[in-house]
Design a protein around this ligand. Structure first.
Ligand SMILES: Nc1ncnc2c1ncn2[C@@H]1O[C@H](COP(=O)(O)OP(=O)(O)OP(=O)(O)O)[C@@H](O)[C@H]1O
Ligand SMILES: [Mg+2]
Length: 252
């Protein structure tokens, strides 16, 4: 499914999600409407339990709403079979996780190649594409390293390279910086933003951390399942660390 310029990448129309726990109903999302356009760099911000992960899972087609509609490139995801939905997801959306989710016995290069191999690309093509992506995230010199030999920031950069390997139109990252110190967190966000703007890939990431909101295009605040869009740069600027010289970049 190639995406077009005509439609938002993903659109939520009055989407609600509730969970039933015994007698009580939890409204994780309440009537959320949202359109994500190609190349936008978007933060979902809010306290624990506010619905950030639920929103990320719906935007990433990992879950379905209790009511309302999710559209991917203009197509109502609710009309797709499970197979069609997972094919659309695998072709178009990359994911980055809080715990990096790298395979410990594989090298950085093999981890990044993995999604292409599942998609049956040839080994040589997958290897070349993975090497390019690792160079892009500043890890050209770490291709043969296993995750255990890399810092958290480096592991998350491998995960970002893996998320980008299929050239997705959208990357969904649920708390990608939760396990990083604040300097690495800012750098990972800056890297994602750079890639987003350079390649036109839309990014949606969630965070508790207000300090990461400075450089986003759009700021979506979640509170008790309700989404409010906040204007950008309404609080004092927090300096983002300066770009790291290429020689140092691998040591984050
Ligand atoms: N599978 C589930 N079953 C029952 N309740 C759930 C389930 N998943 C989420 N919830 C509830 O829905 C609400 C929103 O949860 P969600 O995980 O989306 O919040 P969050 O903002 O991501 O929180 P955190 O910052 O802690 O990750 C919470 O009250 C949560 O307990
Ligand atoms: Mg969460």
């Amino acid at each position: 499914m190639a995406t077009s310029d005509t439609f938002p990448v993903v659109e939520l129309r009055r989407v609600s999600k509730h969970y039933q726990l015994g007698d009580s109903r939890i409204d994780a999302l309440r009537q959320v409407s949202l359109a994500i356009r190609p190349g936008e760099f978007i933060a979902v911000w809010g306290p624990s339990g506010s619905g950030k992960s639920t929103l990320c899972n719906l935007v990433g087609m990992l879950d379905t709403p209790s009511s309302g509609h999710v559209l991917f490139d203009g197509v109502d995801v609710g009309t797709l079979s499970d197979n069609q939905r997972s094919t659309a997801r695998n072709r178009n959306i990359g994911f980055v996780f809080q715990n990096f989710n790298l395979v410990p016995v594989l090298s950085a290069l093999e981890n990044v190649m993995l999604p292409l191999q599942v998609g049956q690309a040839s080994g040589r093509t997958a290897r070349a594409a993975a090497a390019r992506r690792l160079e892009e995230v500043g890890l050209a010199s770490h291709m043969a390293h296993r995750p255990a030999r890399m810092s958290g920031g480096q592991q998350q950069r491998v995960a970002i390279a893996r998320a980008l390997i299929g050239s997705p139109v959208l990357v969904v990252a649920d708390e990608p910086t939760a396990n990083l110190d604040s300097t690495n967190a800012l750098r990972v966000i800056a890297l994602m933003r750079e890639i987003s703007h350079a390649e036109g890939t839309a990014f949606v990431f969630s965070t508790h951390d207000e300090r990461l909101l400075e450089r986003v295009d759009r700021r979506l605040r979640m509170h008790d399942g309700i989404l409010t869009e906040e204007p950008g740069a309404s609080h004092p600027a927090v300096p983002v660390p300066p770009p790291v010289p290429a020689a140092q970049v691998a040591s984050w």
